[in-house]
Design a protein around this ligand. Structure first.
Ligand code: XBP
Ligand code: MG
Length: 238
């Protein structure tokens, strides 16, 4: 089946948002809340095995600050921390702090010119996606994406297939008509579990992940032309 839609992951795929974006935003929220938690670059790399910011904080507390989880309103506390983290992250984006990775803007432009449908499948919070697209791609870029699947819209985050299954349903396409672009093993597992042909572009934290099941693994999208991706899709998907 010919390629009809590209589905992009966000963090690590569109931009290197984790190390110098999400991580310092979490730390700022911890500081504001008077918590002693600090996530250095290596610690954060380990924590990325858990997708979703609220889930990641809970996972960290279970291991390093179990008393935090005994608070009366722990769910509310995690939600408040996460809201503050999102505020910090958005202000970093608004300051133009996170550029897109090489080749991303060109590939999106090519796909639009070729009439392909575009969508987003991510674990991160919806405003993080639209703000990144608006500040780092173009003011109207969020509208280029027909469906944006993000955050808590599905019960189970990546590596579960939920977000991709939700998107396929919204797009009304079978998985073989799409190509997912991911940067991590968790993202790849999620896409493959939804039977999506998937290309991986490795990122700072994921270079050593296991990418078994990917159609192709690229260091970035700098050389990735749409025609080549469509060819990979056709050959490996036939
Ligand atoms: C991204 C994530 C997100 C971000 C933080 O994974 O795991 O949790 O780190 O975003 P993927 P929030 O690239 O596979 O979608 O704090 O908004 O959850
Ligand atoms: Mg990612």
């Amino acid at each position: 089946m010919s390629l009809q839609a590209l589905i992009f992951d966000v963090d690590g795929t569109l931009a290197e948002t984790e190390r110098d974006g999400h991580r310092p935003a979490f730390n700022a929220a911890f500081r504001n809340a008077g918590l002693p938690w600090r996530w250095d670059v290596d610690t954060y790399g380990e924590l990325l095995s858990v997708t979703g910011g609220k889930e990641r904080m809970r996972h960290f507390a279970e291991r390093h600050d179990p008393a935090f989880l005994l608070r009366a309103n722990v769910d509310q506390a995690i939600r408040a921390l996460h809201a503050d983290k999102t505020r910090h992250y958005l202000s970093l984006l608004e300051a133009g702090g996170i550029p897109l990775r090489p080749g991303v803007a060109a590939l999106i432009a090519e796909a639009r010119a070729a009439g392909l449908r575009l969508a987003i499948a991510t674990t991160t919070t919806p405003e993080n996606v639209t703000t990144l697209l608006r500040t780092s791609l173009a003011p109207d870029a969020p509208s280029w994406f027909e469906v944006i699947g993000a955050g808590d819209i599905v019960p189970n985050k990546k590596p579960a297939p939920d977000i991709y299954l939700w998107l396929l349903d919204k797009l009304g396409l079978p998985p073989e008509a799409c190509l997912a672009i991911e940067d991590s093993a968790n993202g790849l597992k999620s896409a493959v579990a939804a039977r999506l042909p998937t290309v991986v572009t490795t990122s700072i934290y994921t270079a050593h992940d296991d990418f078994t099941g990917a159609l192709s693994v690229l260091p970035d999208l700098g050389q990735a032309r749409l025609s080549e991706l469509a060819l990979i899709h056709r050959i490996k998907n036939s």
